[in-house]
Design a protein around this ligand. Structure first.
Ligand SMILES: Nc1ncnc2c1ncn2[C@@H]1O[C@H](COP(=O)(O)OP(=O)(O)O)[C@@H](O)[C@H]1O
Ligand SMILES: [Mg+2]
Length: 392
C-alpha cells in the first residue's frame, strides 16, 4: 500500500518571511496506485509540494504520510519513492547502464540482481542499444527515458515526476505522455505528476489537483473539473481555448431573469449600438442567481457553446408560430480565424468584449465577417465577481 496523505502541510522558504508561504495548508489524499496530477501556473507551489513529499524539503507545519507511516522526519532515501526531474539530472560521465545502475549500487544490491534489473528496464524502454553510451550521445527523448528508467529500476512504491516532458518537442511529448500512461497501467504504482500544462493534466490524471498561490483550488477527475469548476480560476485554467468570461449583472423583471453585460470599455465607433448585451437566463441558471440580483457576476461560456446561427436547424414549417421563446443571439464581428483542421476557432468581438467560438470547419469564415453567435446558455456558468466562486 502506498497511499500518500498530506494533512495541513505548509512551507515557507527560509529568508522569504513576510512573503506568502510557497505551500499553505494543503490537505490531499493520493490513493494507492492512483495517477495524480498537480497542475497550476508557474510559481504556484507544485515543485515545493512534490519536494515535500520526496523529503527534499521539510514542512513547517502539518504531516506527510506514505503507506500509513508519517515520514516528516524520514530522509528521502528511506521513503521508498523515486523522482524524475525536468532536467533529468543524469550523471554526464556515466554510461546509460551505469546511470541506470547507480541507485542500485548505492544500495549495495548483488551484481547479478543489478544486471537483471537494468537489462529488463532497458528492454521495456527501448534502451538496449544505447547502454554503453554517455548521456551527451543520446537524443532528448532517450535521455528522458533513462531518467524514467533510473526511477523504475528502484521499484519504488511511489513515483514523483516534476515536469518530465517540458524539454521535449511537441510530437515527442505526446508520444512520451502515452508511454507514461502505459507505464502506470503496467506498474500499478502510485504516481504524482507535476505539470503547468493543462493538456497533460487532462490526458494523464486519474484525478487532477489544481493549485494557485500555494493552495489547492480543486481536486477532481478531468471531466468533472472541465464541467463543474468550483471557481473562476479553475474555469479559466482548464480548457483550451479558455472559457469566455463576460462581466455583468443579473436583473429580474416580470419573473424573468436577464443577464446584462457590463461593457469592458466604450464600444468602438465602428460598432456603436450593440450594448447593452442582454441574455435571458434559462431556469437552471436563474435559480443560481436569485440571491445575486443586481450584484456583479461573471458569465462563463466555453468556446464550443457559442454556435453559428447559420448551422443551427431552421424551425420546421408550422412550428414558428407556436413558440414565443426568443433564442438569444450575440452579434459579433470576426477578428481572425484559426483553422485547426478538425475544428475552427473564431476570435470574435462584440463591442470591446472579445470572445472565442469553436465551430465545425464546414462553413467558410473570414476576418471582418459578421458572425451571429447563438450561446448555449444551458451550459453557461455563473461566478460571483467578488469572490470568484461558482454560483450553485
Ligand atoms: N529554494 C527556494 N527558496 C526560496 N523561494 C523558493 C525556493 N523554491 C521556490 N521558491 C518560491 O516558492 C514559490 C513556489 O515555487 P515552486 O514550488 O517552484 O512553484 P512551481 O513548481 O509551481 O512553479 C515561488 O514563489 C518560488 O519563487
Ligand atoms: Mg516547478
Amino acid at each position: 500500500m502506498a497511499r500518500v496523505v498530506l494533512d495541513q502541510v505548509s512551507k515557507t522558504y527560509p529568508g522569504t518571511a513576510g512573503a506568502r508561504p510557497a505551500v499553505r495548508g494543503v490537505s490531499l489524499v493520493i490513493e494507492d496506485e492512483e495517477f495524480m496530477v498537480l497542475v497550476g501556473p508557474s510559481g504556484c507551489g507544485k515543485s515545493t509540494l512534490l519536494r515535500l513529499i520526496a523529503g527534499l524539503e521539510t514542512n513547517d507545519a502539518g504531516t506527510v504520510s506514505i503507506g500509513g507511516r508519517i515520514v516528516n522526519n524520514v530522509p528521502p532515501k528511506d521513503r521508498d519513492l523515486a523522482m524524475v526531474f525536468q532536467n533529468y539530472a543524469l550523471y554526464p560521465h556515466l554510461t546509460v547502464f551505469d546511470n541506470l545502475a547507480f541507485g542500485l549500487k548505492l544500495r549495495k544490491l548483488p551484481r547479478t540482481e543489478i544486471e537483471t534489473r537494468v537489462r529488463t528496464v532497458a528492454a521495456q524502454l527501448g534502451l538496449e542499444g544505447v547502454l554503453d553510451r554517455l548521456p551527451k550521445a543520446l537524443s532528448g527523448g532517450q535521455r528522458q527515458r533513462v531518467a524514467v528508467g533510473r526511477a523504475i529500476v528502484r521499484q519504488p512504491k511511489v513515483f514523483l515526476f516534476d515536469e518530465p516532458l517540458s524539454n521535449l518537442d511537441a510530437k515527442l511529448r505526446a508520444a512520451t505522455r502515452a508511454e507514461l500512461i502505459r507505464l502506470h497501467q503496467r506498474l500499478r504504482a502510485t504516481m504524482i505528476y507535476v505539470t503547468h500544462d493543462q493538456v497533460e493534466a487532462m490526458t494523464m490524471g486519474d484525478r487532477i489537483c489544481v493549485m494557485q498561490d500555494g493552495q489547492i483550488m480543486q481536486v477532481a477527475a478531468p471531466l468533472e473539473l472541465y464541467h463543474c469548476p468550483v471557481n473562476l480560476f479553475v474555469a479559466g485554467f482548464i480548457g483550451s481555448p479558455a472559457m469566455n468570461f463576460i462581466p455583468g449583472t443579473v436583473e429580474k423583471s416580470h419573473e424573468r431573469f436577464q443577464f446584462i453585460a457590463t461593457p469592458a470599455a466604450p464600444a468602438p465607433a465602428s460598432q456603436p449600438a450593440l450594448f447593452p448585451l442582454s441574455l435571458p437566463l434559462p431556469a437552471t441558471l436563474a435559480a443560481r442567481a436569485t440571491s445575486k440580483v443586481g450584484q456583479p457576476i461573471i458569465l462563463g461560456l466555453r468556446p464550443e457553446h457559442l454556435h453559428d446561427t447559420r448551422s443551427l436547424a431552421a424551425p420546421k414549417l408550422g412550428e414558428s408560430g407556436g413558440s414565443s421563446e426568443e433564442k438569444p443571439v450575440i452579434e459579433t464581428q470576426i477578428e481572425f480565424v484559426e483553422p485547426m483542421g478538425a475544428e475552427t476557432h473564431l476570435h470574435l468581438s462584440h463591442g470591446a468584449t472579445t470572445l472565442i467560438a469553436r465551430v465545425p470547419p464546414a462553413l467558410v469564415y473570414f476576418a471582418g465577417q459578421k458572425f451571429l453567435a447563438a450561446p448555449a446558455l444551458d451550459h453557461a456558468h455563473l461566478f460571483d465577481a467578488a469572490t470568484g466562486a461558482t454560483l450553485r
